[in-house]
Design a protein around this ligand. Structure first.
Ligand code: DLL
Length: 433
């Protein structure tokens, strides 16, 4: 049974009626309160009354990350600061941070969306949940906190980092669930192995992971190394953090909390809508947020949407596990490559650990990719000949699967920096223009 079957299992027609009502309210709310949106709608000659069907959403202007930066910190805020009870922020890798203010109602909705996420992962009030997402401005720690408290679990707010202590607390407190980024889960698993702690014998049985791309192969790796079931969370600061979408027992795509978020997929170049089942860039309009609603926010995340009856009974639209971000796409010898594709291939090679960095350099006019991946100790100890053999095997595998020539460099075990939050997989050494 879902956390909130009234909404999560609502017949689609009824759900869409609800969405339309909330969409109209949201457009009116921002038009009357945020000059940025009023100007953009006026420029397009659209008034809130022109939104009469869900498809009319495509008449509205899109919002991009730079709009949030340009209006830093609170110019997109639709309520006075006296109504704001929390502000989160995300710095990203470049430029000014973007902010995410919440009203008390926004916080309540966040807790609801996160409770659905954790509940779908099988987490219940008798669980002891170790929350190893970073606490602070990042939405991960406190977003999960909101859902964990809503369900009424015993929360252990470890935040990220101090990995040895994470393992000790997990053991001492008999934690049954772990929440972290997938790369940090792998760091914890590895540290436990190093310390001779067998996680599989511990009570921890489920993890809810997200905030960065991870392949199905990585999910399997984490499940096997920790002896848990690995579930997923998706979200972004601009839309209030985690709680936008989550997977269920079927582990076949992520259900979008559709009573809170209206999803579209568009062609990233033309912005034309693409039909259900086809890949494109994901765009969200928030439907119930009040402090900082988002109209048609371009996520840069690439996925496809499916409307189908799920074995779990939820009617919410599903988005396929993310294959990457448009920002992270590399073009190597004219072929579009996402880091996730390389990750999947590396997970097939038993001689290496799933610890890698992709280095992009210019070679003449073309981009060249070097895959630095960590050898397993027993391989590394066999010396340079063995290393060369494994490097050749991996580059041939990549050539065979993706059709591109890359350089593969095995590196010594533990040489690649371990992640405590979002792993950095790409090292871009191309000259800046
Ligand atoms: O990462 C919010 C979050 C926290 C989600 C904890 C899940 C768990 P940002 O830092 O703003 O917010 O980053 C948002 O991270 O556009 C995606 O590219 C990526 N991302 C988030 N969840 C997933 C996921 C948080 N499950 C950006 N799979 C998004 C792949 C994800 N990528």
């Amino acid at each position: 049974m879902p956390w909130n079957d009234k909404f999560e299992c609502m017949p689609v027609e009824e759900l869409q009626k609800f969405q339309l009502e909330k969409l109209k309210e949201t457009v009116k709310w921002v038009y009357e309160r945020v000059p940025f949106y009023k100007n953009k709608l006026d420029e397009k000659g659209i008034r809130p009354e022109d939104i009469n069907t869900l498809e009319d959403v495509s008449k509205l202007p899109v919002t991009v990350k730079n709009d949030l930066r340009d209006n830093y910190p609170f110019r997109l805020c639709a309520v006075p600061m006296k109504d704001v009870v929390r502000v989160h922020a995300s710095s990203g890798t470049t430029g000014k941070p973007i902010t995410g203010p919440y009203t008390a109602d926004d916080m309540r909705h966040w807790g609801e969306c996160m409770a659905r996420n954790l509940w779908a992962g099988g987490i219940r009030e008798d669980d002891i949940v170790q929350n190893a997402y970073g606490y602070g401005l990042f939405t991960g720690g406190l977003g999960f906190h909101e859902g964990i408290s809503r369900i009424g679990c015993a929360e252990i707010p470890t935040s990220s980092g101090l990995t040895e202590r994470q393992i000790t607390l997990m053991q001492d407190f008999k934690c049954t669930a772990l929440c972290s980024t997938p790369s940090y889960a792998l760091t914890i698993a590895e540290k436990a192995e190093e310390k001779g702690v067998n996680l599989k014998e511990m009570p921890v049985r489920v993890g809810v992971f997200g905030a960065e791309p991870w392949t199905p192969g990585m999910r399997k790796e984490i499940e096997e190394r920790m002896g848990i079931k690995a579930m997923e969370a998706y979200g972004l600061t601009e839309l209030g953090g985690p709680g936008v979408a989550f997977d269920c027992d079927a582990q076949d795509g992520l259900h979008i909390n559709e009573d809170h978020y209206l999803a579209e997929v568009v062609d990233p170049e033309t912005f034309e809508p693409v039909p259900l089942g086809e890949k494109g860039e994901l765009i969200f309009t928030s439907l119930q947020r009040r402090a900082m609603p988002m109209i048609r926010y371009r996520t840069k995340d690439i996925t496809l949407l499916r409307r189908e009856t799920c074995s779990c009974g939820r009617t919410f639209l599903k988005m396929e596990k993310l294959s990457g971000r448009t920002d992270d796409m590399l073009i190597i010898s004219g072929v579009n490559v996402f880091p996730s594709q390389i990750e999947s291939l590396l997970l097939d090679i038993p001689e290496v650990e799933p610890q890698y960095v992709l280095v992009v350099r210019k070679k003449g006019y073309l981009d060249h990719l070097t895959v630095r991946v960590e050898a397993k100790r027993e391989v590394y100890d066999q010396g340079p000949e063995k290393e060369a053999e494994v490097e050749k095997k991996i580059s041939e595998h990549i050539k065979g699967m993706l059709g591109i020539g890359v350089t593969v460099r095995l590196v010594e075990p533990k040489l690649i920096e371990r992640s405590e939050g979002k792993a950095k997989r790409i090292l871009d050494e191309r000259p800046k223009e």
